[in-house]
Design a protein around this ligand. Structure first.
Ligand code: GDP
Length: 831
């Protein structure tokens, strides 16, 4: 029992099997072991051998009477010896039995192994035989076919080649054949194979099977079988899925988080992310993707897309169609448009004064962005009191087309001007009828017929020229013709047959909005449908509110406002924007929800827009087109016409290798924004008859942005061309040395106009070149006739000092103008 290590307990069980020991381990495990039993020194009373037995298994001990222990009789010794001999015999018997048993087991193993091997061999042979047979069949068939074809060659083919091919294929596949023998063969061949498969599928795998598994390279490993089973299982499941696949209609907002998209499709997030990646979008499940991308994915998964342009929350705003019987006449809404100084404001004022003040004794009209007047015939007209195209287009851009009729003002002493044409285009684009008001007809030089013929060129044919467009000669100053104008508008509105339903939840458009110190945010709303009442809850753009009070254009408190009526609304929680649409909703919660949703959507949109137009992206895009080098430039010009001419010229420059890219162009002074844009894209700024303002100049200096000024388009084009072809040579470049501000202008006899200036930057030099800038636009370039400090002629005046300056051959100088002083030098080009 020397092996006993404390944990294991050894106990000899059953006296008849002394060598067999059962070991008990922890957790109830047991094991039988054969132990070597060391016998204690036993004094045997065997007379023949006197030596002590030790080691080995129990050995029959000879009885030595001399050595027998004291007190043991002969008989007793004899009995013991016998027992010992019997035990010995039993032991050897058992050992023999064990041995036999082992041998039998080994034999059995061998037999089984051989059996399986034989079976497999048989199977293999059968398969091979089958294959050989199939090949043979195919060959035979081909030969037959060839023979037949040969035979049939002179005549029409007896056998359809396609059929023959099919036959050959069938034969090669050991699929159903015509002969009985083949069928038998097939059946015989199929059975064991099937049986073998079943054996595998049963999952009953003996150790022998596992051991012999690797033999011959034909047997699959356990892992392989498991994989096969798994594949089969998946296939079965996949088929089920396919069958059960539900096509969903996925509601798709403008932007959606990937996980939410997966959720709406009832697909796994991982699959959706994978699909996105396959489409080149490296996103995570928490990222937001746009509608178009999401639509692509939804279609890929076989679902239907239902785009929802706005969130569901917006749906509470009822877009009901009005029935014809509910509609009532409404006043036309008129916008006055035309070129600057042609008299738009004057006409609006004249109409208002004539019709409103006159009617309402002592009533002071309030400017709320719109007002209503009555024509002589009694028609109510609503004028938008915000002349100008910006208001009109921005309203239209925001989806609030509030204008029914456009009055185009053209001064009779002038002609059709750029803004007149712009107004015509706006009216046409908005499909709004036009009435031409030929203004300033009181002026002696007025020539209304010239206006009429001018308009012909722009496809505006007035009635007097046998066209359809009404034309009225007016004078805002004298008031002549204004009544006729109103009657024309009334007539036009009658033709339009304008109607609205006053008995529904109100909808209107914001004309003006402001934050009033005393009253909070106020908005002038032009009601378009329904009637807005005090106490109504509404949402307007990204704001919401409850109508606390309303005032009309005469400053009177009103309780409600119907279609085409402009009112100032109090009770907003924030200031909306002109062009925002006001909708009355049922509850405050709805109003708040919609407003919040719109705020969020607007924020997202701004963020998305910002991200989409970063210059990095623009440049990345340009770089993607590797073969073509791009020369980015920014163009700022004094007027739209020259800016466009420059851009057009720029587009023509370039060949297969170089291209000029106008990043941005505009009219007016070069600003910090321009410099920022130029810096980000490494572009120079081309100023045509314009200058950078002070802050832009400073930023450009700091950031190293090149600003180049030109007064001749060809010079500009030539420079860019040279830069594009890498042929920049030394040039005469100007250096700005100073700026002076004109404070006063004196008329000096014989000298002409002299500017009293303050040098604001750098120095003013008598010999230097000068330019006269008005609002950062070059109005004259030349040299100085005189530079005076007090009464003395000087060559230089430094910054901070006052001086007198006069231009050579130029007199039109005004207080507020800026004189730019520059020198010319030859420098290396660096565009
Ligand atoms: P707007 O820029 O189109 O709004 O033009 P304004 O209404 O400001 O008018 C520009 C100038 O033209 C003002 O000095 C007006 O006094 C003048 N004006 C406007 N209408 C008439 C008119 O019918 N007759 C005359 N003689 N001058 C007018």
């Amino acid at each position: 029992m020397s092996e006993n290590d404390g944990k294991k307990t050894l106990g000899v069980r059953g006296g008849n099997r002394p060598g067999q020991v059962k070991q008990s381990f922890s957790h109830g495990r047991t094991k039988s072991v054969v132990v070597e039993t060391k016998r204690k020194r036993v004094v045997t009373p065997k007379p023949s051998t006197a030596k002590t037995e030790g080691g080995g298994t129990t050995k029959p001990v000879g009885g030595d009477p001399r050595k027998r222990p004291a007190g043991i009789s002969d008989a007793e010794l004899e009995r013991r010896m016998k027992a010992l001999a019997a035990a010995k015999a039993r032991e050897s018997e058992e050992a023999a039995a064990r041995e036999a048993e082992e041998k039998a087991r080994a034999e059995e193993r061998e037999r089984k192994k051989a059996e399986i091997e034989a079976k497999e061999r048989e199977e293999r042979e059968r398969e091979e035989a089958l294959k050989a047979k199939a090949e043979e069949d195919a060959k035979r068939l081909r030969e037959e076919q060839a023979a037949k074809e040969k035979a049939a060659e002179p005549a029409a083919p007896a056998v359809d080649p396609a059929e023959a091919e099919a036959k050959a294929q069938r034969a090669a596949k050991p699929a159903p054949n015509r002969t009985d023998r083949d069928t038998r063969d097939r059946d015989r061949a199929a059975k064991p194979t099937k049986g073998g498969d079943d054996k595998r599928r049963s999952g009953k795998l003996t150790v022998n099977q596992a051991l012999t598994g690797g033999e011959g390279g034909r047997q699959r490993s356990m892992a392989s079988m498991k994989r096969q089973q798994e594949r089969a299982r998946r296939k079965a499941m996949g088929q089920n899925q396919d069958r059960e696949k539900v096509t969903r209609t996925v509601q798709l907002p403008e932007a959606i988080v990937v996980s939410e998209l997966a959720n709406r499709m009832s697909e796994r997030v991982a699959d959706v992310v994978k699909a996105l990646m396959q489409n080149g979008m490296m996103v995570t499940q928490t990222q937001t993707i746009d509608q178009d991308t999401a639509e692509l994915i939804i279609e890929e998964f076989g679902h239907k897309v239902q785009r929802v342009s706005d969130s569901d929350v917006e749906q509470v705003i009822t877009q009901t169609e009005d029935r014809p019987e509910e509609l009532k006449d409404r006043a036309p809404i008129i916008t006055i448009m035309g070129h600057v100084d042609h008299g738009k404001t004057s006409i609006l004022d004249a109409i208002r004064k004539a019709r409103v003040v006159q009617g309402e004794a002592g009533g002071i009209t309030q400017h709320i962005g719109a007002y209503q007047v009555q024509s002589e015939s009694g028609t109510t007209l609503t004028f938008l009191d915000t002349p100008g195209h910006a208001a009109f287009t921005s309203m239209r851009a925001r989806g609030a087309q509030v204008t029914d009729i456009v009055v185009l003002v053209v001064a009779a002493d002038d002609a059709v001007m750029p803004q007149t044409i712009e107004a015509i285009n706006h009216a046409k684009a908005a499909k709004v009828p036009m009435i031409v008001a030929i203004n300033k007809c009181d002026k002696p030089e007025a020539n209304p017929d010239k206006v009429r013929t001018d308009l012909l060129q722009h496809e505006v044919i007035v009635e007097k020229m046998s066209g359809e467009v009404q034309d009225v000669e007016v004078s805002a100053t004298t008031g002549a013709g204004l009544d006729d104008l109103l009657e024309s508008i009334a007539l036009q509105s009658e033709l339009l047959d304008l109607k609205a339903n006053p008995d529904r939840a109100a909808q209107g458009a914001v004309i003006e909005a402001k934050l009033d110190v005393g009253r909070g945010p106020v908005a002038t709303v032009l009601i378009q449908h329904g009637t807005l009442k005090q106490g109504d809850i509404f949402v307007v753009g990204e704001q919401w509110g409850k109508v606390r009070a309303m005032e009309n254009d005469k400053g009177e408190r009103v309780k409600e406002a119907g279609p085409s009526v402009p009112v100032e609304v109090l009770g907003l929680n924030g200031t909306p924007e002109a062009g925002d649409v006001l909708n009355v909703v049922e509850t405050e919660a709805q109003a708040r929800e919609i407003a919040e949703y719109r705020q969020k959507a607007a924020k997202d949109k701004r963020a998305a827009a910002g991200a989409a137009t970063t210059l990095e992206q623009m440049m990345a895009k340009a770089k993607a087109d590797e073969n073509v080098a791009e020369l980015p430039i920014l163009v700022k010009a004094d007027v739209q016409g020259s800016a466009e001419a420059i851009v057009q010229a720029m587009e023509k420059i370039g060949n297969d290798e170089v291209r000029v890219r106008v990043l941005h162009y505009g009219v007016g002074a070069i600003t910090e924004t321009d410099v920022g844009l130029a810096e980000a894209s490494g572009a120079p700024i081309m100023g045509f008859n314009v200058r950078a303002n002070a802050s832009a100049r400073q930023t450009a200096n700091q950031k190293g942005v090149e600003i180049r000024y030109y007064s001749v388009i060809y010079d500009l084009v030539d420079d860019v061309k040279a830069a594009a072809s890498g042929l920049l040579s030394a040039e005469v470049r100007e250096t700005f040395i100073g700026y002076a501000q004109i404070k006063e202008v004196f008329k000096v006899t014989k000298v002409g106009n002299v500017a009293g200036c303050l040098v604001t930057e750098g120095v003013a030099r008598r010999a230097a070149g000068v330019r006269l800038l008005r609002d950062n636009v070059v109005v004259h370039e030349g040299t100085l006739k005189t530079l005076k400090r007090f009464k003395d002629e000087v060559s230089e005046v430094i910054s901070g000092q006052e001086c007198g300056m006069a231009f050579e051959n130029y007199d039109d100088i005004r207080p507020g103008d800026v004189i730019e002083i520059f020198t010319r030098e030859e420098v290396e080009r660096s565009l």
